[in-house]
Design a protein around this ligand. Sequence first.
Ligand SMILES: CSC[C@H]1O[C@H](OP(=O)(O)O)[C@H](O)[C@@H]1O
Length: 387
Amino acid sequence: MADQFVPVLRWEERPEGPVLVLLDQTRLPVEEVELVCTDVPALVAAIRALSVRGAPLLGIAGAYGVALAAARGFDVADAAEQLAHARPTAVNLAYGVRRAEAAYRLALDAGTGDASAAAAALTEARLVHREDAEASARMSELGRELLDELLPGGRLRILTHCNTGALVSGGQGTALGVVRAVHQAGELRRLWVDETRPLLQGARLTAYEAARDGMAYSLLADNAAGSLFAAGEVDAVLIGADRIAADGSVANKVGSYPLAVLARHHRVPFIVVAPVTTVDMSTESGAEIEVEQRPGFEVTEIASPYHSDTRGEAGAGLTEQSGAGIPIAPVGAQAYNPAFDITPAELVTAIVTERGVISPVTRENVSGLCSTSRKGTSRSGDGMMNP
Ligand SMILES: CSC[C@H]1O[C@H](OP(=O)(O)O)[C@H](O)[C@@H]1O
C-alpha cells in the first residue's frame, strides 16, 4: 500500500479560528496543493470548481461546512442552504449538510448555547466522516467477495470510470476501494482507467491513485472502451454513483450509461459501488434526478494541471473560468456538457453498499437497503450470473 495521501480533507483549529483544509483535486496529479477554507463561500466555490468532489466526500465536506459556519458565528441556516445547493446531483451533499444542521439545531433548541451547538455540529460532521470511512471498508470487502463469486479464481481485468477512490471518501473509496481490495489480494490483472472527459478525473485522479498503489493499470480514451469489450478484455465494470433513485436508476459521471449498454451487450457484470447515503428514496425514478449541466468551456477548451498557463489566473483550478484552457473548438462553439448520466436499473448487475449487495436491482431491493431492519444481502434469481 502506498504511503498515504496528503489528507483529502481535514478540520484544523487555528489561533484565528477553525478552518477546513482541502487537498485541491484540480491541481492533481502534478501538485498536492491545499486550500484553506475559512468560510462557507470559499467552500462552496471549492465544491463548484471540483477542488473537493465525489459524492461521499461532498457529504463530509458539507457537514464540516455547517460546523465551520456555526463555529465562526455565520448564519447557519443560510450556510446550510448555500452548501446543500452547491451541486445538484450528488444526494450525499445535502445529506451531510442536513445531518450537521440538525445536530446544531437540536443543541440550540436544548438551550445549550451557541458554542455548544457549534460543537454538536462538529461532532456530527466527524461522525459522518467516520461512518463513511467504515462504509468504504465494508464495501471493499463485499465488493471483492461479489467478484470472487461472479468470476471465481480469476485474475481480473476491471474497467472503471471517473474517480472513486480515496479522493472521494472518508476511507479508501467506493468502486476503486473494491479494486484496491482485489489488488491487495493479488487478484487484479489489469485496471482499465477511462480518462473521463472533459474534466479527466480518470486520467488525473484514478491513474494517480492506481500508480501510488502499484496497480497494473492502463489509461484509455473513453471512446476506446468499446474495443476493449469487443476484444474480450473486460471481466467487470465497477463505477460509483452520485444518486440512486428508488427505482434503482443510477446517476453517475457522464459516460457511465454507454458503459452499461456495452457491458450488457457483451455480458459483462456492471457493478455500482456506493454507500447507502447515495440512495434517495424521495426521488422516484432516474427521470427525476437533476443532472448538473456544467460550463461549455470545459468541453471547448483543454486545461491541464501540467500546464500552469491552462489553470487560469493565480494557478486556479482547472474549471475556474473560460479562457483558462487551450481552445480545441472554434471560438464561440456551443457545447453540451452534462456532468452525469442516468443508467436504468435493468442494466445494473448489482449495487454494492456497506449494508449488503442487491441484485437484481429492483425497487424492493433498493428500498430494503434503507430499511432499519435490513439483514445483509438481498439477491434473488440468477441476476448475478446473467450480467
Ligand atoms: C463514488 S463518488 C464519485 C463520483 O463522483 C464523481 O463526480 P464528480 O467528480 O463530478 O464529483 C463521479 O460521478 C464519481 O462516480
